[in-house]
Design a protein around this ligand. Structure first.
Ligand code: BGC
Length: 758
């Protein structure tokens, strides 16, 4: 329906009908207005499968939803670094929504993994905003290609579950832009989600739902968002203020209470009716976008989608360590050990929980293989070592040629609604791995978890496979990887620190009461570990393959460019091994010298290429200003400092294989206002300014060598200290030390400096 037609429709609605349209009709539907032909529209969770609840609705996953297909959770899909794969998964979800009459699927969830402890990390993508927004963008494009909407969530700075309804994320402006907004920005601009879900928390003292700055100025005015903003379920706390801020749809229904407040506010003049009209237009625009593009032929073929889920899972499994133990051969006697081999942990708890129509375990996937034996090893329900299960497992491991331990985190460790308290796996699982490794030199650990864990046994096993939470088809995918039918190609979208205390948010995570200060600033994840030159267990971007890749011929199309230009970068990747495989090529940019504090390097693009043995492909990246920029709080905009930048091509953040240096020239001069406090060093940066100061002040006086200095004093003052004395002396310095200079003289100089042309 055209914008004009929607406006005409809104003009026919009563104030009461419009107010009602601004909140849900029930838990999952928008209001219908039958007399005007406006249908109710259903939304459903999300993000990695369809959780459509027909009756007895609730948002914590307690009541059953329809049988559906559980895809790998966000933690894993991000590890694929494969936009095409995410598009394909999105198309599948979009088709399921068409078949089930769902207009908007509530995802993707892109919040940054500030700490490994966040209870919802399994749903989220990455510690890096580019990965989060690119992966989200691809999923959004896929879903929306089927004329079904998405709801990118939870906007904004919602990075913990503790006190999630009242916590106040205190984040500085630069960090918000470089890290937390950036996770949404690329996806909103490029993929244009139909809706955005605003989060529960406050941002710098204002609830996300009431935040005009982010919901309207940033989202609509700067990023061009044209859909509707809906609240997270229960995130509305002041309906009228929220509406003014740009929150269009309250979910779920307020059962009429807030409709009355809206009507009252309009009648009393507190709220302009045009604000209500705009919100209703935003909502109806999407309601009709879906309604007019219904696919009556769509079928939810669960078995077919299960196979798609398996394909996705194959690319979400990261091979972390492999000392010549994988892939396994079907001729080897292999012991599958651990409860998760039979009952995989494949999804997290809460609103994303899918009622899976079937689940394939690794054991089931290996059921036709005589060489595989099984021992349960542990029982999560007991929460402690079961000596009998342990002994049986050790025996099985001893009798086999290889032991594969399926371990990770139990269900109760990872869920929406609360955060983990520590990063350890249960003791009984760690003990099992240690005991197995002690009797079986060829031990491989397969991990099922949605967020990093500590691995005290890492040095004592030959292989580690991070399966994340791989969805209902995970078992088949794991067997394909273990036995080499599929070559692993995922990489970590987050750092695995050695221990929790290494994480940059450790000192301030979950905050004090509701106050959560993001004290690590922009130094999230590898941005911090790199800067600190810290050892990590597995770095961001790490992931092994059964083949080898070599990189060569790094080229740039210019060595000098302006910040308004684009830079074309190409690199050749060759499969030098014996197995076909896919490689994730990572491009980082490092500002070699900067006057602002910056990370050592930042990921600015990535690509995934598939190569047969011996095959070579050229990967092309195009970088623009943002690749070189930081967010300047002086101009409230992105800014590039003139200077040299390294273009780094890596297999991981800690395995950079090729480098080229380019010079970027800024076309923007940051405003600079001289004051009597400006240092001589800063004045010296502009030779014209420095000349004025020198001439005006008979410069010998400033920091010049004083012949009458005693010998003891000259020993105390090194040349370096004398230089620093000038560098850091404020312009007003000579008033104290120069003898005849007055503050009025200095002010006159300052005025002259400020009068210089740019
Ligand atoms: C969650 C959202 C979810 C909504 C509806 C909320 O509790 O935070 O992610 O989409 O419930 O289930």
């Amino acid at each position: 329906m055209t914008a004009d037609k929607i406006r005409e429709l809104v003009a026919q609605m009563t104030l009461e009908e419009k107010a009602a349209m601004c909140s849900g009709a029930d838990f999952w539907h928008t209001e219908a207005v039958e007399r005007l032909g406006i249908p109710a529209s259903m939304v459903s969770d999300g993000p990695h499968g369809l959780r459509k609840q027909d009756q007895e609705a609730d948002h914590l996953g307690v009541n059953d939803s329809i049988k559906a297909v559980c895809f790998p959770a966000g933690c894993g899909t991000a590890a694929s670094f494969n936009r095409d794969l995410l598009r394909m998964m999105g198309e599948t979800l979009g088709n399921e929504c068409q078949a089930e009459g769902v207009s908007v699927i509530l995802g993707p969830a892109v919040n940054i993994k500030r700490s490994p402890l966040c209870g919802r990390n399994f749903e989220y993508y990455s510690e890096d905003p580019l990965v989060a927004s690119e992966i989200a963008g691809a999923l959004i494009q896929g879903v929306q290609s089927k004329n079904v909407g998405t709801s990118i969530k939870h906007f904004l700075a919602n990075n913990q579950e503790t006190r999630r309804l009242s916590s106040d994320s205190r984040v500085d402006e630069r960090t918000l832009h470089e890290i937390y907004l950036a996770a949404f920005e690329g996806a909103v601009k490029k993929a244009k989600p139909w809706t955005v879900m605003c989060s529960y928390n406050k941002i710098n003292g204002t609830y996300a739902a009431q935040n005009h700055q982010y919901l309207t100025e940033t989202l609509r005015e700067q990023w061009g968002f044209d859909g509707y903003v809906m609240s997270d379920w229960g995130a509305v706390n002041n309906r009228v203020e929220d509406l003014k801020a740009g929150l269009d749809l309250e979910m779920p229904s307020s059962l009429g209470a807030n409709d009355k407040l809206i009507v009252g506010a309009v009648l009393s003049g507190e709220l302009d009716e045009s604000v209500v009209n705009a919100a209703v237009e935003h909502i109806l625009n999407i309601v009709f976008r879906y309604e007019e593009n219904r696919d009556k032929n769509a079928v939810f073929d669960k078995d077919k989608d299960h196979e798609t889920a398996r394909k996705v899972a194959e690319e979400t499994i990261v091979l972390l360590k492999n000392e010549d133990v994988l892939p396994l051969s079907e001729k080897q006697k292999v012991a599958f050990i651990g409860q998760y081999a039979k009952v995989p942990r494949y999804q997290g708890g809460g609103s994303s929980h899918i009622n899976s129509h079937k689940i394939t375990s690794a054991l089931e996937a290996a059921s036709g293989m005589d060489n595989v034996i099984y021992a349960q090893g542990f029982d999560d329900a007991q929460d402690k070592t079961d000596e009998k299960l342990l002994a049986e497992a050790v025996e099985a491991a001893r009798s086999a040629q290889v032991a594969v331990v399926f371990a990770g985190l139990p269900d109760k460790y990872e869920s929406e609604g609360f955060d983990r308290k520590h990063m350890a796996m249960p003791d009984y699982q760690n003990e099992l791995i240690e005991k197995i490794a002690a009797v079986q030199p060829n031990t491989v650990v397969v991990l099922h978890n949605g967020s990093p864990v500590e691995m005290p046994w890492a040095d004592r096993v030959k292989g580690i496979v991070e399966a994340y939470l791989g969805g209902q088809a995970v078992g088949g995918a794991i067997c394909d990887i273990l036995f080499g039918r599929v070559n692993p190609s995922a990489k970590l979208p987050e750092t695995f620190p050695i221990k929790l205390e290494d994480n940059p948010s450790y000192l301030s995570y979950i905050g004090e009461g509701d106050m959560v200060e993001y004290r690590e600033g922009i130094f999230v994840g590898y941005r911090y570990y790199d800067k600190k030159k810290m050892d990590v267990l597995f770095p961001f971007g790490h992931g092994l393959s059964y083949t080898t890749f070599e990189y060569s011929n790094l080229t740039v199309d210019k060595e000098k460019l302006k910040d308004t230009d684009t830079l074309r970068v190409t690199v050749d990747v060759t499969n030098t091994g014996t197995m076909a495989g896919k490689e994730v090529v990572q491009l980082y940019v490092a500002d070699k010298k900067s006057t602002v504090i910056r990370p050592v390097k930042e990921l600015r693009d990535f690509a995934k290429v598939e190569l047969k043995p011996g095959g070579t492909k050229t990967v092309t990246f195009t970088l623009d200003k943002r690749a070189f920029a930081y967010y300047s709080v002086k101009i409230h905009d992105w800014h590039v400092e003139t200077g040299e930048f390294d273009i780094l091509i890596g297999k991981s953040s800690r395995d950079i294989v090729l480098t080229k240096t380019v010079t970027v020239e800024s076309t923007v001069k940051l405003p600079f206002v001289y004051t009597t406090d400006t240092t001589m060093g800063d004045v010296r940066k502009d030779p014209r300014a420095w000349k004025i100061v020198q001439e005006s002040l008979a410069m010998g006086m400033i920091g010049g060598q004083d012949d009458s200095q005693s010998e003891a004093a000259s020993e105390a003052i090194s040349d370096e200290m004398a230089d620093a004395g000038i560098e850091y002396s404020p312009l007003r310095g000579p008033v104290s030390f120069g003898g005849h200079v007055t503050m009025a003289d200095i002010q006159a100089i300052v005025d002259k400096l400020n009068a210089l042309d740019d």
